[in-house]
Design a protein around this ligand. Structure first.
Ligand SMILES: Cc1cc2nc3c(=O)[nH]c(=O)nc-3n(C[C@H](O)[C@H](O)[C@H](O)COP(=O)(O)O)c2cc1C
Length: 321
């Protein structure tokens, strides 16, 4: 399956997650078998201002391709302009990307109040104008990530509308914006979306284990499944889901392997200049979650003041029996 400019060699992709899916985490997930990754969303207005912090969010490298750069914003002008700026930087070889992905799904209050993210699901004509502006000004393919709707499920209509605006691929999180994570089941609705559009479809929402990820794929007919929160502290989920799909079985990850992958994350984060004590602490907490002794480890991590202190805690952490 081709997504944006890139051929995907697998069925499971890493979703965008603010404050987590930095370049180091994406590289780790790619090495573990993720077919593609997405950057966390970057504010179009900030990209257009050339803000340093936003620049760091856009940082991508050749080794991690295929990667999608995700942007959000409320107006066709700002979004078109930032799509043009990113395309130019990709053409210059400063950034690498398979596509520019528009965020039409974020339900965070500050994003909705700004009229961006999932707020746009309430105004399909505005979504259309934003998608069209990005397509017009970008030399890269433009993709979009949506939820099934704002309050009611209108995924089929929204997907068709985005396809008509020139979008080259779409990710649909099957829950609506207002129901948050409350709804437990419902990904079957994506089969209708798949049948309604000719562009590649990535399904998202609730692929929290290798079993669920494979079932999601089989029960919806989506071209790929996006795994987001279940990959936090757990890049191995991509190896496991791939193994389950291809060989019918997978093995559990041992703590020693998890420890090694966190240390690899920390080293990649240093190498690419994204390591801060705060970021490493947040990632490390995800790595120990689910293991015996997590409460004490979390307490120690929360008071770790340096990157070395964080890696030291993870190096010496041994789950209680
Ligand atoms: C910490 C966190 C940050 C997120 N940030 C983004 C984001 O920047 N852009 C986006 O499109 N979705 C974002 N999401 C949503 C996820 O990509 C995904 O759509 C959602 O978590 C449902 O998938 P899951 O059940 O596999 O986690 C975020 C989710 C989490 C948990």
């Amino acid at each position: 399956m081709k997504y944006g400019n890139s051929e995907l060699r697998g069925k499971f992709v890493l979703g965008p997650m603010a404050a987590y899916t930095d370049i180091a985490f994406r590289l780790l997930c790619r090495r573990a078998g993720a077919a593609m990754c997405f950057t966390e969303f970057a504010n179009a207005e900030a990209i257009n201002r050339g803000g340093k912090n936003t620049d760091a969010l856009l940082q991508t490298c050749k080794e991690e391709m295929p990667v999608g750069i995700q942007i959000f914003g409320a107006t066709p002008e700002a979004m078109g302009k930032s799509a043009a700026a990113i395309s130019a930087r990709v053409q210059d070889g400063e950034l690498f990307a398979s596509c520019i992905d528009i965020n039409f799904g974020c339900p965070a209050g500050s994003v909705i109040r700004a009229g961006a993210g999932s707020a746009l699901l309430k105004s399909p004509e505005k979504m259309h104008a934003i998608a069209e502006a990005c397509v017009k000004h970008s030399s890269l393919p433009v993709t979009a990530k949506i939820r099934a709707g704002w309050r009611n499920d209108s995924a089929v209509e929204l997907a068709k509308m985005l396809e008509s605006a020139g979008v080259a691929g779409i990710t649909v999180h099957w829950r609506t914006a207002t129901e948050g994570r409350k709804r437990q089941a419902g990904w079957e609705m994506l089969r209708e979306v798949k049948e309604a559009v000719g562009i590649p479809l990535i399904g998202n929402g609730g692929a929290s284990t290798p079993e669920k990820a494979v079932r999601f794929l089989n029960e919806t007919g989506c071209d790929a499944v996006m795994i987001s929160s279940a990959a936090l502290g757990n890049p191995h989920i991509f190896t496991q889901a791939n193994d389950l799909l291809e060989k019918g079985k997978y093995r559990e990850t041992l703590w020693g392997e998890k420890r090694a992958s966190f240390l690899e994350y920390a080293s990649l984060a240093q190498k690419h200049g994204v390591a801060t004590p705060k970021r490493l602490r947040a990632q490390a907490i995800e790595w120990v979650t689910g293991f015996n002794g997590v409460k004490e480890a979390r307490k120690r991590l929360n008071s770790a003041k340096t990157e070395e202190a964080v890696t030291g805690i993870i190096s010496s952490f041994t789950p209680n029996q």
